[in-house]
Design a protein around this ligand. Structure first.
Ligand code: WQD
Length: 380
Protein backbone atom coordinates (compact mmCIF):
# COMPACT_ATOMS: atom_id res chain seq x y z
CA UNK A 1 0.00 0.00 0.00
CA UNK A 2 1.38 3.39 -0.95
CA UNK A 3 2.39 5.48 2.03
CA UNK A 4 0.01 8.35 2.63
CA UNK A 5 1.86 11.58 2.23
CA UNK A 6 1.71 14.90 4.04
CA UNK A 7 2.97 16.71 0.94
CA UNK A 8 -0.58 17.62 -0.11
CA UNK A 9 -2.00 21.06 0.78
CA UNK A 10 -3.62 21.27 4.23
CA UNK A 11 -7.09 21.58 2.71
CA UNK A 12 -6.64 18.08 1.24
CA UNK A 13 -5.08 16.61 4.37
CA UNK A 14 -6.70 14.84 7.33
CA UNK A 15 -4.79 14.43 10.60
CA UNK A 16 -5.67 11.89 13.28
CA UNK A 17 -5.26 13.47 16.73
CA UNK A 18 -5.26 10.88 19.49
CA UNK A 19 -6.14 12.40 22.86
CA UNK A 20 -7.50 15.38 20.95
CA UNK A 21 -10.19 16.16 23.55
CA UNK A 22 -7.55 16.85 26.18
CA UNK A 23 -5.79 20.04 27.24
CA UNK A 24 -2.98 20.20 24.68
CA UNK A 25 -4.88 18.08 22.18
CA UNK A 26 -7.90 20.38 21.95
CA UNK A 27 -5.70 23.46 21.53
CA UNK A 28 -3.79 21.67 18.77
CA UNK A 29 -7.04 20.74 17.02
CA UNK A 30 -7.94 24.47 16.97
CA UNK A 31 -4.62 25.36 15.34
CA UNK A 32 -4.87 22.52 12.80
CA UNK A 33 -8.38 23.66 11.80
CA UNK A 34 -7.17 27.26 11.60
CA UNK A 35 -4.39 26.07 9.27
CA UNK A 36 -6.97 24.44 6.97
CA UNK A 37 -6.51 20.79 7.95
CA UNK A 38 -9.34 18.34 8.60
CA UNK A 39 -9.12 16.47 11.89
CA UNK A 40 -10.31 13.16 13.30
CA UNK A 41 -10.05 13.06 17.11
CA UNK A 42 -9.77 9.65 18.74
CA UNK A 43 -10.10 9.90 22.52
CA UNK A 44 -11.44 7.51 25.19
CA UNK A 45 -12.49 10.49 27.38
CA UNK A 46 -10.82 8.82 30.40
CA UNK A 47 -9.23 12.16 31.31
CA UNK A 48 -11.05 14.65 29.09
CA UNK A 49 -14.50 15.82 28.05
CA UNK A 50 -16.26 15.79 24.69
CA UNK A 51 -17.45 19.29 25.64
CA UNK A 52 -13.96 20.51 24.75
CA UNK A 53 -14.64 19.57 21.11
CA UNK A 54 -17.98 21.39 21.11
CA UNK A 55 -16.04 24.44 22.29
CA UNK A 56 -13.44 23.87 19.55
CA UNK A 57 -16.22 23.99 16.97
CA UNK A 58 -17.41 27.25 18.52
CA UNK A 59 -13.91 28.77 18.38
CA UNK A 60 -13.39 27.66 14.77
CA UNK A 61 -16.95 28.50 13.74
CA UNK A 62 -17.59 24.93 12.56
CA UNK A 63 -21.23 23.75 12.45
CA UNK A 64 -22.27 20.58 14.32
CA UNK A 65 -23.93 19.29 11.12
CA UNK A 66 -24.04 20.13 7.43
CA UNK A 67 -21.34 21.57 5.16
CA UNK A 68 -18.06 22.15 6.97
CA UNK A 69 -18.96 20.05 9.99
CA UNK A 70 -17.01 17.13 8.51
CA UNK A 71 -13.72 18.94 9.08
CA UNK A 72 -13.81 17.83 12.72
CA UNK A 73 -14.89 14.28 13.53
CA UNK A 74 -14.75 12.44 16.83
CA UNK A 75 -14.30 8.75 17.64
CA UNK A 76 -14.63 7.72 21.30
CA UNK A 77 -12.15 4.87 21.65
CA UNK A 78 -8.92 3.79 23.31
CA UNK A 79 -5.69 3.48 21.35
CA UNK A 80 -5.67 -0.12 22.66
CA UNK A 81 -8.84 -0.85 20.66
CA UNK A 82 -7.45 -2.35 17.46
CA UNK A 83 -10.87 -2.75 15.81
CA UNK A 84 -11.84 0.87 16.50
CA UNK A 85 -8.50 2.07 15.12
CA UNK A 86 -8.88 -0.13 12.03
CA UNK A 87 -12.37 1.21 11.39
CA UNK A 88 -11.15 4.79 11.86
CA UNK A 89 -8.26 4.47 9.42
CA UNK A 90 -10.53 2.70 6.91
CA UNK A 91 -13.18 5.41 7.14
CA UNK A 92 -10.93 8.47 6.84
CA UNK A 93 -8.13 9.41 4.46
CA UNK A 94 -5.65 9.99 7.27
CA UNK A 95 -2.22 11.26 6.18
CA UNK A 96 -0.58 11.73 9.56
CA UNK A 97 -1.00 11.32 13.30
CA UNK A 98 -0.46 13.64 16.24
CA UNK A 99 -0.33 11.31 19.22
CA UNK A 100 -1.28 12.78 22.61
CA UNK A 101 -3.30 9.90 24.06
CA UNK A 102 -1.73 8.57 27.23
CA UNK A 103 -1.90 8.68 31.00
CA UNK A 104 0.20 11.57 32.28
CA UNK A 105 0.07 11.92 36.06
CA UNK A 106 3.57 11.52 37.50
CA UNK A 107 2.47 10.56 41.01
CA UNK A 108 -0.26 8.20 39.80
CA UNK A 109 2.24 6.41 37.56
CA UNK A 110 4.29 5.45 40.62
CA UNK A 111 1.20 3.85 42.17
CA UNK A 112 -0.03 2.23 38.92
CA UNK A 113 3.02 1.31 36.79
CA UNK A 114 1.35 -1.56 34.95
CA UNK A 115 -1.54 0.65 33.81
CA UNK A 116 0.90 3.29 32.55
CA UNK A 117 3.09 0.87 30.62
CA UNK A 118 0.07 -0.93 29.20
CA UNK A 119 -1.91 2.14 28.18
CA UNK A 120 0.97 4.34 27.01
CA UNK A 121 3.42 1.84 25.53
CA UNK A 122 1.22 -1.05 24.40
CA UNK A 123 -1.41 1.45 23.23
CA UNK A 124 1.13 3.23 21.03
CA UNK A 125 2.34 -0.08 19.60
CA UNK A 126 -1.23 -0.97 18.60
CA UNK A 127 -1.74 2.52 17.13
CA UNK A 128 1.35 2.46 14.90
CA UNK A 129 0.71 -1.15 13.82
CA UNK A 130 -2.78 -0.33 12.57
CA UNK A 131 -1.50 2.93 11.04
CA UNK A 132 1.23 1.23 8.98
CA UNK A 133 -1.26 -1.39 7.80
CA UNK A 134 -3.20 1.53 6.33
CA UNK A 135 -0.10 3.13 4.81
CA UNK A 136 0.15 5.88 7.45
CA UNK A 137 3.73 6.33 8.64
CA UNK A 138 3.92 9.98 9.76
CA UNK A 139 3.60 10.60 13.47
CA UNK A 140 4.21 13.56 15.79
CA UNK A 141 4.67 12.28 19.33
CA UNK A 142 3.87 14.17 22.52
CA UNK A 143 7.10 13.71 24.45
CA UNK A 144 8.34 15.64 27.46
CA UNK A 145 11.35 17.37 28.96
CA UNK A 146 11.01 14.76 31.66
CA UNK A 147 13.16 12.50 29.45
CA UNK A 148 16.16 14.67 30.36
CA UNK A 149 15.72 13.89 34.07
CA UNK A 150 17.85 16.21 36.22
CA UNK A 151 19.76 18.10 33.49
CA UNK A 152 23.56 18.36 33.60
CA UNK A 153 23.20 21.99 32.52
CA UNK A 154 20.59 24.54 31.44
CA UNK A 155 19.40 25.63 28.96
CA UNK A 156 18.77 22.07 27.82
CA UNK A 157 19.47 21.28 24.14
CA UNK A 158 18.19 18.27 22.21
CA UNK A 159 21.74 16.89 22.36
CA UNK A 160 21.63 16.76 26.17
CA UNK A 161 22.05 13.36 27.72
CA UNK A 162 18.73 11.66 28.50
CA UNK A 163 18.69 10.58 32.13
CA UNK A 164 16.52 7.90 33.64
CA UNK A 165 13.11 9.31 34.46
CA UNK A 166 12.27 9.09 38.17
CA UNK A 167 8.78 7.69 37.50
CA UNK A 168 6.98 5.25 35.17
CA UNK A 169 5.23 8.12 33.34
CA UNK A 170 8.57 9.58 32.33
CA UNK A 171 9.90 6.13 31.50
CA UNK A 172 7.03 5.59 29.04
CA UNK A 173 8.00 8.82 27.25
CA UNK A 174 11.64 7.70 26.94
CA UNK A 175 10.65 4.21 25.80
CA UNK A 176 8.24 5.54 23.20
CA UNK A 177 10.90 7.90 21.81
CA UNK A 178 13.14 4.87 21.33
CA UNK A 179 10.35 2.71 19.86
CA UNK A 180 9.27 5.36 17.35
CA UNK A 181 12.89 6.08 16.36
CA UNK A 182 13.46 2.35 15.81
CA UNK A 183 10.41 2.20 13.54
CA UNK A 184 12.29 4.48 11.16
CA UNK A 185 15.51 2.46 11.49
CA UNK A 186 13.54 -0.66 10.52
CA UNK A 187 11.47 0.99 7.80
CA UNK A 188 12.81 4.25 6.29
CA UNK A 189 9.35 5.19 5.07
CA UNK A 190 8.59 6.35 8.62
CA UNK A 191 8.39 10.05 9.37
CA UNK A 192 8.70 10.72 13.10
CA UNK A 193 8.82 13.94 15.13
CA UNK A 194 9.38 13.83 18.89
CA UNK A 195 8.29 17.06 20.57
CA UNK A 196 9.71 17.50 24.07
CA UNK A 197 7.36 19.83 25.95
CA UNK A 198 8.52 21.84 28.89
CA UNK A 199 5.69 23.11 31.11
CA UNK A 200 2.50 23.80 29.15
CA UNK A 201 0.09 26.27 30.82
CA UNK A 202 -2.46 28.92 29.83
CA UNK A 203 -5.56 28.59 27.65
CA UNK A 204 -7.06 29.78 24.38
CA UNK A 205 -7.77 33.53 24.53
CA UNK A 206 -11.51 32.87 24.15
CA UNK A 207 -11.63 31.31 27.63
CA UNK A 208 -13.68 28.46 26.12
CA UNK A 209 -11.08 25.70 26.40
CA UNK A 210 -8.38 25.12 28.97
CA UNK A 211 -6.79 22.78 31.47
CA UNK A 212 -9.36 20.74 33.39
CA UNK A 213 -7.53 18.25 35.64
CA UNK A 214 -9.61 15.77 37.61
CA UNK A 215 -9.60 16.20 41.38
CA UNK A 216 -6.84 18.17 43.12
CA UNK A 217 -4.36 19.42 40.49
CA UNK A 218 -0.83 18.01 40.68
CA UNK A 219 0.67 20.77 38.54
CA UNK A 220 1.38 24.28 39.79
CA UNK A 221 -0.66 26.55 37.53
CA UNK A 222 -3.98 24.67 37.61
CA UNK A 223 -3.56 24.54 41.40
CA UNK A 224 -2.92 28.29 41.60
CA UNK A 225 -5.93 28.87 39.35
CA UNK A 226 -8.17 26.85 41.70
CA UNK A 227 -6.94 28.96 44.64
CA UNK A 228 -7.61 32.15 42.67
CA UNK A 229 -11.16 31.07 41.88
CA UNK A 230 -11.78 30.09 45.52
CA UNK A 231 -11.92 26.31 45.08
CA UNK A 232 -8.77 25.72 47.16
CA UNK A 233 -7.53 27.71 50.19
CA UNK A 234 -3.85 28.28 49.46
CA UNK A 235 -0.90 27.24 47.32
CA UNK A 236 1.75 24.97 48.86
CA UNK A 237 5.19 25.99 47.57
CA UNK A 238 7.26 22.82 47.40
CA UNK A 239 10.67 23.87 48.62
CA UNK A 240 12.38 27.23 49.15
CA UNK A 241 15.98 26.06 49.44
CA UNK A 242 16.76 25.19 45.83
CA UNK A 243 19.87 26.77 44.26
CA UNK A 244 17.70 29.24 42.32
CA UNK A 245 17.28 33.04 42.54
CA UNK A 246 14.44 32.91 45.09
CA UNK A 247 14.97 29.35 46.33
CA UNK A 248 11.85 27.93 44.63
CA UNK A 249 11.77 25.58 41.64
CA UNK A 250 12.39 27.04 38.18
CA UNK A 251 10.66 25.76 35.06
CA UNK A 252 10.18 26.78 31.42
CA UNK A 253 6.45 27.57 31.20
CA UNK A 254 5.11 27.68 27.65
CA UNK A 255 1.69 28.90 26.50
CA UNK A 256 -0.42 25.96 25.32
CA UNK A 257 -1.32 27.87 22.12
CA UNK A 258 2.37 28.33 21.31
CA UNK A 259 2.81 24.62 21.98
CA UNK A 260 -0.13 23.76 19.71
CA UNK A 261 1.33 25.85 16.89
CA UNK A 262 4.57 23.92 17.29
CA UNK A 263 2.65 20.77 16.28
CA UNK A 264 1.37 22.41 13.10
CA UNK A 265 4.96 23.44 12.35
CA UNK A 266 6.04 19.81 12.87
CA UNK A 267 3.44 18.65 10.32
CA UNK A 268 4.75 21.28 7.86
CA UNK A 269 8.30 20.03 8.52
CA UNK A 270 7.30 16.43 7.81
CA UNK A 271 5.54 17.60 4.66
CA UNK A 272 8.86 19.06 3.48
CA UNK A 273 7.41 22.58 3.51
CA UNK A 274 9.98 23.87 6.02
CA UNK A 275 13.45 22.96 7.24
CA UNK A 276 16.27 20.97 5.71
CA UNK A 277 16.89 18.07 8.11
CA UNK A 278 18.44 17.45 11.50
CA UNK A 279 21.83 15.99 10.85
CA UNK A 280 23.28 17.84 13.81
CA UNK A 281 22.35 15.73 16.76
CA UNK A 282 22.40 12.05 17.67
CA UNK A 283 18.76 11.94 18.66
CA UNK A 284 17.58 13.01 15.23
CA UNK A 285 18.09 10.53 12.41
CA UNK A 286 18.50 12.89 9.45
CA UNK A 287 16.44 10.79 7.06
CA UNK A 288 15.78 11.89 3.52
CA UNK A 289 13.11 13.29 1.26
CA UNK A 290 10.47 11.08 -0.31
CA UNK A 291 9.91 11.47 -4.08
CA UNK A 292 7.00 13.85 -3.35
CA UNK A 293 9.26 16.05 -1.23
CA UNK A 294 7.87 15.01 2.13
CA UNK A 295 10.42 14.08 4.78
CA UNK A 296 11.26 10.72 6.24
CA UNK A 297 13.41 10.33 9.32
CA UNK A 298 13.30 11.33 12.99
CA UNK A 299 13.23 14.93 14.21
CA UNK A 300 13.59 15.80 17.91
CA UNK A 301 12.63 19.28 19.11
CA UNK A 302 12.33 21.07 22.44
CA UNK A 303 9.20 23.18 22.70
CA UNK A 304 9.73 25.81 25.38
CA UNK A 305 10.38 29.54 25.66
CA UNK A 306 14.04 29.41 26.69
CA UNK A 307 13.14 31.35 29.87
CA UNK A 308 12.95 29.98 33.42
CA UNK A 309 10.36 31.17 35.94
CA UNK A 310 10.24 30.31 39.64
CA UNK A 311 7.20 29.14 41.57
CA UNK A 312 6.93 32.59 43.17
CA UNK A 313 7.26 34.26 39.75
CA UNK A 314 4.21 32.25 38.68
CA UNK A 315 2.24 33.06 41.83
CA UNK A 316 2.89 36.79 41.43
CA UNK A 317 2.12 36.71 37.68
CA UNK A 318 -1.18 35.03 38.48
CA UNK A 319 -1.92 37.71 41.12
CA UNK A 320 -1.43 40.35 38.42
CA UNK A 321 -3.71 38.40 36.07
CA UNK A 322 -6.60 37.91 38.52
CA UNK A 323 -6.17 41.12 40.53
CA UNK A 324 -6.20 39.23 43.83
CA UNK A 325 -3.63 38.10 46.36
CA UNK A 326 -2.89 34.37 46.10
CA UNK A 327 -2.23 32.93 49.58
CA UNK A 328 0.68 30.51 49.71
CA UNK A 329 2.61 28.60 52.34
CA UNK A 330 6.13 27.17 52.15
CA UNK A 331 6.27 23.36 52.27
CA UNK A 332 9.05 20.77 52.04
CA UNK A 333 10.42 19.82 48.63
CA UNK A 334 8.29 17.37 46.61
CA UNK A 335 9.98 13.99 46.06
CA UNK A 336 11.41 13.65 42.55
CA UNK A 337 11.43 17.39 41.79
CA UNK A 338 14.50 18.98 40.21
CA UNK A 339 15.70 22.48 40.96
CA UNK A 340 15.70 24.01 37.52
CA UNK A 341 15.05 23.27 33.89
CA UNK A 342 14.47 25.42 30.87
CA UNK A 343 14.90 24.83 27.15
CA UNK A 344 17.22 25.81 24.40
CA UNK A 345 14.77 26.30 21.51
CA UNK A 346 17.27 27.20 18.79
CA UNK A 347 16.63 24.01 16.87
CA UNK A 348 12.85 24.46 16.64
CA UNK A 349 13.41 28.05 15.56
CA UNK A 350 15.88 27.21 12.79
CA UNK A 351 14.36 23.92 11.62
CA UNK A 352 10.64 24.38 12.20
CA UNK A 353 10.55 28.15 11.88
CA UNK A 354 8.73 28.12 15.24
CA UNK A 355 9.19 30.44 18.22
CA UNK A 356 7.02 30.76 21.33
CA UNK A 357 5.33 34.19 21.31
CA UNK A 358 3.61 34.57 24.67
CA UNK A 359 5.11 35.56 28.02
CA UNK A 360 4.24 34.43 31.55
CA UNK A 361 1.78 37.28 32.15
CA UNK A 362 -0.18 36.37 29.01
CA UNK A 363 -0.16 32.72 30.01
CA UNK A 364 -1.64 33.59 33.42
CA UNK A 365 -4.15 36.07 31.96
CA UNK A 366 -5.48 33.41 29.57
CA UNK A 367 -5.45 30.74 32.27
CA UNK A 368 -7.40 33.03 34.61
CA UNK A 369 -10.00 33.85 31.91
CA UNK A 370 -10.60 30.11 31.35
CA UNK A 371 -10.73 29.32 35.06
CA UNK A 372 -12.95 32.24 36.07
CA UNK A 373 -15.37 31.49 33.21
CA UNK A 374 -15.34 27.76 34.02
CA UNK A 375 -14.76 27.39 37.78
CA UNK A 376 -15.60 23.67 37.57
CA UNK A 377 -13.94 23.15 34.20
CA UNK A 378 -16.10 21.54 31.52
CA UNK A 379 -18.47 20.18 34.17
CA UNK A 380 -19.69 23.72 34.68
C1 WQD B 1 6.28 22.97 38.61
C2 WQD B 1 6.99 23.60 39.81
C3 WQD B 1 7.07 22.17 41.74
C4 WQD B 1 2.73 22.15 42.41
C5 WQD B 1 5.36 17.97 35.40
C6 WQD B 1 5.74 16.67 34.78
C7 WQD B 1 6.13 16.89 33.35
C8 WQD B 1 5.03 17.62 32.62
C9 WQD B 1 4.72 18.93 33.31
C10 WQD B 1 3.57 16.11 31.48
C11 WQD B 1 7.90 22.62 40.54
C12 WQD B 1 6.22 23.39 42.02
C13 WQD B 1 4.00 22.34 41.90
C14 WQD B 1 2.38 22.74 43.66
C15 WQD B 1 4.57 23.69 43.81
N1 WQD B 1 3.86 16.84 32.56
N2 WQD B 1 4.90 23.11 42.59
N3 WQD B 1 3.33 23.49 44.31
O1 WQD B 1 6.85 18.85 37.95
O2 WQD B 1 7.88 20.62 36.43
O3 WQD B 1 6.48 18.81 35.44
O4 WQD B 1 4.34 18.60 34.66
O5 WQD B 1 4.24 15.99 30.49
O6 WQD B 1 6.36 15.65 32.75
O7 WQD B 1 6.87 16.17 35.47
O8 WQD B 1 5.40 20.58 36.81
O9 WQD B 1 3.60 22.05 37.63
O10 WQD B 1 4.03 19.87 38.85
O11 WQD B 1 5.66 21.75 39.06
O12 WQD B 1 5.41 24.38 44.41
O13 WQD B 1 1.24 22.60 44.18
O14 WQD B 1 6.00 23.99 40.75
O15 WQD B 1 7.89 21.84 42.86
O16 WQD B 1 9.03 23.37 41.00
P1 WQD B 1 6.75 19.70 36.75
P2 WQD B 1 4.57 21.04 38.11
Amino acid sequence: MATNTLAKPPAQTCILVTGGAGFIGSHTVVELLNAGYSVVVLDDLSNSSAESLARVRQICDLPETGPGSERLQFVQASILDRDALDTTFAAHDISGIIHFAGFKAVGESVQKPWEYYWNNVAGTLVLVDVARQHGVKSIVFSSSATVYGDPDQVPITEMAEKHDATNPYGQTKSMLERILSDLYVGDPEWNVVLLRYFNPIGAHESGLIGEDPKGIPNNLVPYVAKVAVGKLPEVGVFGQDYPTPDGTGVRDYIHVVDLARGHVAAIDWMAGRVGTGCADDPYSLPGDAAPDGSRRGVGVFNLGTGRGSSVLDVVHAFERACGKEIPYVMKPRRAGDIAENYASCDKARTELGWVAEYDLDRMCEDSWRWQSNNPDGYAS
